[in-house]
Design a binder for this molecule. Structure first.
Ligand code: SF4
Length: 118
């Protein structure tokens, strides 16, 4: 399959809403080989969390933002579940978002940080 085939079939030609425009803009900045996968995934991400996902997928996120996107996706974009994560051996456990610095190594109550912000 040629790269142009992927582009022609996997990017909506004329997005009209702001969410589709944001996806289209992000897709234009990444490797064409990744575009179909990222486009499909982005559509499954809740709108509120999508900017963070797209920043991470395009390489524009900070490491903290990328971890936030990864942990959020890991638990189906439910921030409460990130705070309740029981995967104590996960390499990201101590870095997971939505918990205070004091509680990075233990279970904790959720904080009030919005899901979509970095
Ligand atoms: S720390 Fe928990 S929520 Fe984050 S990636 Fe690991 S298992 Fe998933």
């Amino acid at each position: 399959m040629k790269t142009t085939d992927v582009l022609d079939t996997n990017i909506p030609p004329k997005p009209t809403d702001s969410a589709s425009l944001a996806i289209q803009e992000a897709l234009s900045r990444i490797d064409p080989v990744r575009r179909p996968s990222v486009a499909k995934r982005a559509k499954d991400v809740p709108v509120k969390a999508r900017p963070g996902y797209l920043r991470a997928a395009t390489g524009d996120a900070s490491p903290r933002q990328a971890i936030k996107a990864f942990c959020s996706e890991c638990v189906c974009w439910d921030r409460q579940e990130v705070t309740l994560c029981t995967a104590l051996a996960c390499p990201l456990f101590a870095y997971r978002p939505f918990v205070g610095k004091r509680d990075k190594h233990t279970a904790t109550a959720p904080d009030t940080e919005p899901l979509g912000d970095g």
